[in-house]
Design a protein around this ligand. Structure first.
Ligand code: NG1
Ligand code: ZN
Length: 531
């Protein structure tokens, strides 16, 4: 076939370095940008084939999220804006690792296995973050798409969740919104304005938010969006990319892992602050108190605030819908305890990686999912959305139920249901705080986090560690789990687990306990057991 000859010719322009083996990990391929050109071309090919298979538009996002500037990566987005399915992750790994001369065979194998009709049209949306390597790497994706005769649309600089949103809008014929950046701002900002419209006399202080853009794409997009917010949210933007390096001593990952504010930002006591990560799909909140102590409000605190708000509204609306919170092993034990025992909300634990959380959340009418690191969103089932919509339009219900239904409807509209989205999450949290008339300090006191520590351990081969029970227990190597259990027993309210990272060549160690000293000591002891 003509397109295969074209691929042979063009793939030679994107050669694979000999011996390089990469895996489609927790969120796509991710490594030093210099090693990724062939991967990008090949993912352009794969996205085109995936588009033919699904008869829908597929997305390809070039980003390495919170990794340093010199890294890059790529993730594929499926038709409804969700992460690509597991079996296609395997195809991606196969295609990525085929030697140059075997590339066509590897591609043909996938086409055959998936029974692809090659005469089917293909459409691929491409986006990129602000890394200096992203321009040429996204061009390599576009080259891959055109090598197979696919159509592409290059959205240029967008956040990861914006690209997910575009794909979903396109494949739902605009029902989710308009597949443009402008459409994105209009949809989410209008819902935010509606939600905050009747909140009583918010002062300028309450409308003010200090934002750390991680020197990345999120900062750029917040600038673009600002006018749509009509001063209902006044953002002072730090780390906007004009001076500092991407994710360097700033951003959601830095703040969460280091448990301190971004370097160089002046924060007034009590001021509400948040940080995005490098592709704006994660957000964490924080403040410092009058004694200068730092307080982090992470994904668990967001999940708690959001699920409490939604549960109250569902009760007021008299809607019998099943709500659940989905977490990972990294969720602070206090959050799980509070949700289960005080809020009486169903909590489920899954493996790390939003694709896992997303799937579990889909099982409920309302599924709130967040990783502790601030990556998360809320999913509403079709039936739940319809019930809320009906109630909002019903002229025979009392004022309280009606008001709750209208708030629920606008809440649905402020949420990017395709994937965790820092911008949409920020608008949702800001709206909830405004509606509840709550300060960040009041939000913080809903429950108190157990002191915790995360460490990274370099080992010869991290894959020797295999886990079970949503990664909370190690099955291999033999004796490791027993050693961890014995260490945990030494401390009060303690918990610890280890797992190989899917995005870095490290083993992650997590520990929590009744004091910071104990959590630190336990994490240290467990990391020694990992060697
Ligand atoms: P790994 O490297 O597999 O732990 C990290 C995060 C995930 C997820 C991915 C993708 C932690 C402990 N892990 O995965 O939650 O966000 O990156 O960005 O934060
Ligand atoms: Zn990210």
């Amino acid at each position: 076939m003509a397109e295969f000859q074209e691929i042979s010719k063009l793939s030679a322009l994107h050669p694979k370095p000999a011996g390089l083996v990469l895996q489609y990990g927790t969120s796509g391929f991710r490594t030093n940008a210099k090693q990724l050109d062939h991967i990008m071309f090949r993912m352009g090919l794969l996205a085109t084939v995936r588009s033919k298979k699904t008869k829908a538009t597929i997305g390809v996002m070039v980003t390495a999220s919170h990794n340093p500037e010199e890294d890059n990566g790529v993730k594929l987005v499926d038709p409804m804006g969700e992460m690509v399915t597991q079996d296609w992750e395997e195809h991606a790994t196969q295609l990525a690792n085929a030697d140059q001369e075997d590339l066509l065979t590897a591609l043909k194998n996938i086409i055959e296995k998936e029974a692809i009709n090659m005469s089917q049209e293909a459409n691929v949306f491409v986006g990129k973050d602000t890394r200096s390597s992203s321009a040429s790497l996204s061009q390599a994706v576009l080259d891959g798409v055109s090598a197979l005769g696919g159509h592409s649309k290059d959205y240029g600089l967008v956040t990861t969740p914006q690209l997910h949103y575009m794909v979903c809008c396109q494949n739902t014929q605009g029902k989710y919104g308009e597949a443009t950046v402008e459409g994105y701002y209009t949809k989410f900002c209008q819902a935010f304005i509606q939600l905050t419209k009747n909140t009583s006399n918010r002062t300028d202080d309450q409308k003010h938010l200090c934002l750390d853009g991680a020197n990345g794409i999120g900062a750029l997009k917040v600038r673009e969006m600002e006018s749509h917010l009509k001063k209902e949210l006044q953002i002072s933007l730090n780390n906007d990319g004009s001076k500092g390096r991407l994710n360097h001593q700033c951003g959601a990952d830095y703040v969460k892992v280091q448990q301190k504010p971004p370097t160089g930002i002046k924060i007034n006591p009590g001021e509400r602050c948040c940080s995005f990560d490098g592709d704006a799909d994660r957000i964490v909140y924080y403040y410092t108190d009058s004694e200068g102590t730092f307080h982090l409000l992470d994904g668990d605190k967001m999940a708690t605030l959001i699920s409490t708000f939604l549960k109250e509204l569902l009760t007021q609306a008299g809607l019998d819908l099943k709500i659940a919170v989905v977490q990972t092993a990294y969720a602070n034990g206090s959050s799980t305890h509070y949700l289960e025992n005080t809020m009486k909300v169903l909590v489920r634990c899954t493996k790390t990686g939003v694709k896992h959380l997303h799937h579990v959340a889909q099982e409920f009418d309302v599924g709130v999912y967040f990783e502790a690191n601030g990556h998360g969103t809320v999913l509403f089932s079709k039936a739940a959305e319809e019930k809320i919509q009906q109630l909002a339009e019903d002229t025979n219900v009392n004022d309280e139920r009606k008001k709750a239904a209208l708030l629920l409807r606008n809440t649905i509209n402020v949420i990017n249901q395709t994937v965790g989205d820092a911008i949409s999450d920020m608008l949702l949290i800001e709206a909830i705080l405004a509606i509840k008339g709550m300060t960040i300090q009041q939000w913080d006191t809903i429950y108190t986090d157990l002191p915790n520590r995360q460490l990274k351990v370099k080992v010869a081969d991290r894959r020797v560690i295999d886990t079970t029970d949503a990664e909370r227990r190690a099955v291999t190597p033999a004796g490791l789990q027993e050693a961890i259990d014995n260490l945990v027993k030494k401390y009060r309210q303690a918990r610890s687990f280890v797992r190989p990272s899917g995005t870095e060549d490290v083993v992650r160690v997590y520990a929590e306990a009744d004091t910071q000293e104990s959590a630190d000591a336990l994490a240290h002891e467990v990391s020694l057991a990992v060697y």
